[in-house]
Design a protein around this ligand. Structure first.
Ligand SMILES: C[S@@+](CC[C@H](N)C(=O)[O-])C[C@H]1O[C@@H](n2cnc3c(N)ncnc32)[C@H](O)[C@@H]1O
Length: 274
């Protein structure tokens, strides 16, 4: 599947309006929007904000750092880094609509001076060698067949000695992945690897592996807590399901089932560029 088809998969058409409508329905004052108002909707991966916070902590960002988010989505993780650590952020994403929404939300919460967003492919980054003090990518490599280009580009744009954190779904041993899933409607542009294959691809790109963590238990607990909250309070108005389009419920159900049955495994790999 081409980049254009991946972009089509993620494009909604009127996402900014959908997000602001949901915020208003939730009682949020758009004239005084705070970064944390966006927390429930802007982290497009399992475990939401908690997963971003864990990944950020592993990179130990400093205010003087410039950090690259590869496949930044609508910019939630980049906004979390900027507001929490005061660092400068650059986000790239293939999907033009996500880039547009990311920029508008950066402005809406007063973080536009800290974050720049560019539409680009992770396999051909528009940056000089050795520019960034750290980089990360969350639930993006699943859409990219050419892992050598993806990890090679991440390595190239990092300064020597800096960290790269990858948060991703790996193939589990619980059977075939069930679709539609949030990253692919039918499996055509799904390029999941096992944990071992991912580690090997990172090493081949030149990275030293610092740690590999399996977050399956934490993600299962997250899905259980979500189910319990829906049973108690009814379906939420605000959530990252807004980013998933028409069959969001089915995609979210399948994502949970893939996790619960061990078909996918959430992994976090911290690497270092030598
Ligand atoms: C599941 S979303 C995750 C977004 C964000 N990382 C987050 O966790 O909130 C996957 C993102 O990867 C982006 N993507 C997929 N293939 C890409 C590529 N080759 N280059 C850049 N971005 C890509 C999609 O446009 C989408 O925004």
């Amino acid at each position: 599947m081409t980049d254009i088809e991946v972009e089509r998969h993620y494009s909604r058409g009127d996402l900014f309006q959908e997000i602001t409508d949901a915020l208003v329905a939730e009682g949020v004052d758009l004239t005084n929007l705070k970064p944390e108002d966006l927390d429930p909707v802007e982290h497009f991966h399992g475990r939401g904000l908690a997963a971003t916070a864990d990944l950020a902590a592993s990179l130990a960002p400093a205010p003087e750092h410039e950090i690259l988010d590869i496949g930044c989505g609508i910019g939630g993780p980049a906004r979390y880094f900027a507001r929490t650590f005061g660092c400068r952020m650059v986000g790239i994403d293939l999907t033009a609509e996500f880039c547009d929404v990311a920029r508008r939300l950066n402005t809406a919460v007063g973080l536009a001076d800290k974050i720049s967003i560019e539409q680009a492919s992770a396999t051909d980054l528009p940056f000089d060698d050795g520019r960034f003090d750290a980089a990360y990518s969350q639930n993006v490599s699943m859409n990219i067949a050419d892992k050598a280009a993806l990890f090679g580009e991440a390595y190239r744009v990092l300064r020597p000695g800096s960290g790269f954190a990858l948060s991703e779904l790996a193939l589990g041993d619980g059977g075939e992945v069930i679709y539609p899933a949030p990253w692919s409607s039918d499996g055509v542009h799904s390029h999941l690897l096992s944990e071992q294959q991912t580690v090997e691809a990172l090493r081949e790109a030149g990275f030293e592996i610092v740690s590999v963590q399996d977050n399956s238990d934490a993600v299962r607990q997250f899905f259980e807590a979500q189910k319990e909250a829906v049973r108690r309070d009814g379906p939420p108005r605000l959530g990252n399901f807004i980013l998933m389009g028409e069959n969001a419920k089915e995609k979210a159900r399948n994502a949970a089932r893939n996790q619960m049955e061990g078909r996918t495994r959430p992994i976090e790999i911290l690497c270092r560029r030598d």
